[in-house]
Structures are given as C-alpha cells and as structure tokens.
Design a binder for this molecule. Structure first.
Ligand code: C2E
Ligand code: MG
Ligand code: MG
Ligand code: MG
Length: 280
C-alpha cells in the first residue's frame, strides 16, 4: 500500500515537471529558428542629457517579431534564453546589430553611444572580451561609442567583478550599472567597481514622494561622490524631469522623451530633436 502511494505521488509530481522541461526545449528550438529567420529586431530608447536637452545615446532593447504573435517583449523570452544558453548567440546578434546601426548614425550624429544589456552568463565568460573586440572590429564602431549595461547581481562577487570589468574597460567601452537600487550590491564596494554610470531604477524615479523623495536625491549624490554619471530610468512626467534637473541628475530615459523606437523612428527622432535644439 505504502509503495503504491509513493509511486502515485512520484507520478503526480513528475508530470508537470516534464511539461515545463518540454516547454523550455520547445521555446529554445523556437528561439534558434527565430534567430536563423531574422525575426529579432532592435528598438532604441533615446537617453537625454538634462541640462542641455541633447541626445547622448540610446539603449538597444530586443523584441521578437513573431510571424503569428506579433512583437514579443523581452520579458517573455530572455529568461528562457538565459536558462538554455541561447542568450549567447542572441546577444551576439544584438551587439553586432547595435554596433552596425550606431556606426551608420555617427555620420550625422557623431557623439552618440549605444547601450546594450548583458546577461550574467556572458559577463562571466572569458571569451566574451575577445568576441567583443571582434564585433567592434567587424562593425567599425569605435569602442567608446559602446556602453555595456550590467546589473548588481553580476557584481556580488566584487573581486571577480572588478577583474572582469577592468578587462572589459581596457577595450575602451563604458560600463553602466542598470536598475540600480533593486539589487544586492554592497555600497561599500561601489567605489571599487570601475563603472562609468549608474542607471537609477524607475521604481525610485516614479511617484516621487515620501520615502522615494529621500532616496532619489541620495542616489544622485552617491553617484556624483564616487565620480560617475547618473541616469534616471522610466521618466514619464514633466514634474519628474523638473525634479531630476533640480537634483542635478545628469541624464534621463523614459516615455516622457520617447518610448523604445524602431531604427527608422529613432532616425526621425534624432533629426527632429537636433532641429528643435538649433531653433529654440
Ligand atoms: P531594462 O534594461 O531595465 O530596460 C528598460 C525597460 O523599461 C524597457 O523594457 C523599456 O521599454 C522600459 N521603459 C522605458 N521607459 C519607460 C517608462 O517611462 N515607463 C515604463 N513603465 N517603462 C519604461 P523592455 O524593452 O520590455 O525590456 C525589458 C528588459 O529586458 C530590460 O530591462 C532588459 O533587462 C531586458 N532586455 C532587453 N533587451 C535585451 C537584450 O538585448 N539582451 C538582454 N540580455 N536583455 C535585454
Ligand atoms: Mg537596460
Ligand atoms: Mg534598466
Ligand atoms: Mg529597469
């Protein structure tokens, strides 16, 4: 009787697990097919320097243009891509495309730089540095026009992170700490990490009141005290822009300025913005 119970319990637990694994394998196969068929696209969200109003660069954000389902958000597939290792070829595609398209934009907008999001697996891979050098060389984008976004969870082993970051920085690219404030980085080690910019997570930027009012200006000062630039993410309102300017935040990114744009719409935005800057 006991054995029979154990067996049925085993079956009870096994079934949903098998299905989850099968789904993951199916998604992996779909991601590989999507890459081969050229179904991924990059959208770009402009980053604005707050004191001058100029566009300093843009963040490359991937979307999956699925033949039946339409544009799919990275939230729906990046995690599976990371778990299956598909993130490696996908992000290689992202970096190559971002470098190619930014290289084109430099003809008209010579100061732009492009930010790409890294994944933990990639960050720790020794061969990544070589791949990056190859991609920069292949696309002809000067390294200081490429910014790599990392997250706090990638720097939890601080000594190791310093070594990896120094190696990356020796190429000439810049480093931004993405979603700052939501991770687990030890503040005492922040000064030791060779980063160029803090990107404050939008949870500290939106609905500035109460606790947030105490935290946002403190993060901006913290960034400036350790000698890095500070960018506010998820800026949606005029009030938020005014507040950030008042607190001397360097840059901002968010729906107030522009949502992530297709490459064609980005070009239009850049020309329009440039024109407005010249005539007002
Ligand atoms: P993230 O790097 O923090 O990117 C910012 C996300 O906030 C983007 O979502 C963007 O569309 C959204 N956002 C921008 N402005 C606003 C705003 O004013 N309000 C609100 N509510 N949201 C705003 P998206 O494009 O869906 O990307 C989600 C996440 O997926 C990214 O978060 C990043 O972690 C990841 N991701 C995107 N592209 C890539 C990629 O090429 N490689 C890797 N490894 N991860 C990527
Ligand atoms: Mg990012
Ligand atoms: Mg972010
Ligand atoms: Mg964020």
């Amino acid at each position: 009787k006991l054995r029979k119970n154990a067996a049925s319990q085993f079956l009870f637990f096994e079934k949903p697990m098998t299905r989850a694994i099968q789904e993951k394998i199916a998604t992996e196969r779909e991601l590989r097919r999507a890459l081969e068929k050229g179904e991924f696209v990059l959208y770009y969200q402009p980053q604005i320097q707050l004191d001058t109003g100029t566009v300093t660069g843009m963040e490359a954000l991937i979307r999956w243009n699925h033949p039946e389902k339409g544009l799919i958000s990275p939230y729906a597939f990046i995690s599976v891509a990371e778990q299956t290792g598909m993130i490696i070829p996908i992000n290689e595609w992202v970096i190559r495309m971002a470098c190619q398209q930014t290289k084109q934009l430099l003809k008209d907008f010579p100061n732009l730089s492009v930010s790409v999001n890294l994944s933990p697996y990639e960050f720790e891979n020794r061969r990544f540095v070589h791949k990056l050098v190859k991609l920069l060389d292949e696309t002809g984008l000067p390294p200081h026009h490429l910014d790599l976004e990392i997250t706090e969870r990638m720097t939890m082993d601080t000594e190791r992170a310093i070594t990896i970051l120094k190696r990356l920085k020796s190429i000439g690219v810049t480093i931004s700490m993405d979603d700052f404030g939501t991770g687990y980085s030890s503040l005492s080690y922040l000064t030791d990490l060779p980063i160029d910019r803090l990107k404050i997570d939008r949870s500290f930027v939106q609905n500035i009141q109460g606790k947030k009012e105490a935290i946002l200006p403190a993060i901006i000062r913290l960034g400036h005290n350790i000698g890095v630039k500070v960018l506010a993410e998820g800026v949606e309102t005029e009030e938020e822009v005014a507040y950030l300017k008042d607190k001397c935040c360097d840059e901002a990114q968010g729906y107030y300025f522009a949502p992530p744009l297709s490459y064609e719409d980005l070009i239009e935005f850049l020309h329009e913005h440039h024109y407005k800057k010249l005539y007002v």
